[in-house]
Design a protein around this ligand. Structure first.
Ligand SMILES: *Cc1c(COP(=O)(O)O)cnc(C)c1O
Length: 352
């Protein structure tokens, strides 16, 4: 830290992204990326857009926003785009939390939430998950702050129904509820339809997981017009050009190939089923994942030992040092061949 670094931020611990090793080829099952290439047409659209790189992109993201609105059955005024959904989430912390309105989220959830709170100097409160890692909506009654719920949750993979989210909305009439649906395309039900009835519901989604664009950085929020206007106020006060030309072109081309995304999601769900069965046969406890990852632990193999054993065998998974979940690993679902390699490596480690 330099002697110039803000005193306000001197104790800030940044978010730790999953490893992105540049040295050797791993089977990467640690950051929930898609194993499939972007939709056909993305490469050509990006190449075409690159010819106009001297010009700033459209700050209103008109075409992209119109396509998203059509896809989700809302109006363009209900959509705000972000440089990854992380940016939309950060906007939401800035827009809807303050000294009297802390952020409220689960103790085991997306690790970026406490970082967003701290970097913006906002108070936050964590609500423990149940012993079985589920989130009980009753624990969020009169939460007294802006609620952030990853649904399905990460890293547990467990999903709530929209009816359960609606319970949270009804028990918190005067605060915003943000539902982070980064993984919703892998078998959970979206809360986007609820945004028509609740003016305090913001749903956030991303192109990073189901749409093979993690490297493009594209996410979006959907909510009532007033909420979205607030987020645009933050967006135009920080970076009106947050969606660059290349990403915009990639996003538009991807939305034009929605069936490709749906096919890939079905494949991932099939491969998830295959992986869950394989791991259970090997004695693992596996949560009921509605995401493109599984969250697993083994009664006779430590979480860190499994992580290191797999890494030695060229497979990267995500291990968290947090005491409550350190016996677990989060394993991204990839291609069938990748999952076969994973199961073979796990078998090898267990036999050692
Ligand atoms: C991956 C992830 C995000 C962020 O994704 P972006 O790449 O920033 O769009 C947000 N929330 C959760 C729960 C995630 O796992």
């Amino acid at each position: 830290m330099s002697r110039f670094f803000s005193k306000r931020l001197s104790t800030l611990t940044p978010y730790t992204p999953g490893e992105q090793p540049q040295d050797r080829q791993y089977i990467k099952l640690n950051t929930n990326e898609s194993p499939f290439p972007p939709a056909s047409g993305v490469e050509a659209a990006v190449a075409e857009a690159s010819r106009r790189l001297p010009l700033y992109p459209d700050p209103d993201c008109t075409e992209l926003t119109a396509l998203l609105a059509k896809r989700y059955g809302v109006a363009p005024e209900n959509v705000v785009p972000g440089n990854g959904s992380d940016e939309v989430l950060n906007f939401a912390f800035l827009a809807f939390c303050d000294e009297d309105t802390p952020a409220v989220f689960a103790d085991i959830t997306y690790g970026f939430y406490p970082v967003f709170a701290r970097v913006n100097d906002l108070p936050y409160r964590e609500i423990p998950l149940k012993a079985d890692l589920s989130l009980d909506p009753a624990d969020y009654a009169a939460a007294g702050g802006t609620i952030f719920i990853a649904n399905p949750n990460a890293p547990t993979g467990l999903a709530l129904t929209p009816a359960q989210i609606e319970q949270v909305l009804q028990k918190n009439p005067d605060t915003v509820v943000v539902v982070d649906e980064a993984y919703v395309d892998f078998g959970a039900e979206s809360c986007v339809p609820l945004t028509a009835r609740y003016d305090k519901l913001l749903v956030v989604q991303t192109f990073s997981k189901s749409r093979s664009l993690a490297g493009g950085r594209l996410g979006f929020g959907i909510g009532c017009e007033a909420l979205i206007r607030d987020l645009h106020t933050i967006r135009y006060s920080t970076n009106p050009y947050n969606i660059n030309r290349l990403t915009m072109a990639a996003g538009i081309a991807t939305l034009q190939q929605d069936e490709y995304t749906a096919d890939n999601c079905r494949t991932i769900m099939d491969n998830r089923q295959y992986t869950v069965e394989g791991l259970r046969q090997l004695g693992f406890e596996v949560t009921d994942s509605k995401t493109n990852f599984v969250f697993v632990k083994h009664p006779r193999l430590g979480g860190r030992d499994l992580y290191l054993g797999l890494k030695e065998r060229g497979i990267l998974v995500r291990h968290f040092d947090k005491p409550s979940i350190m016996e677990y690993n989060r394993i991204t679902i990839g291609t069938r061949a990748q999952m076969e390699a994973l199961l073979a490596a796990v078998r090898d480690i267990l036999e050692e």
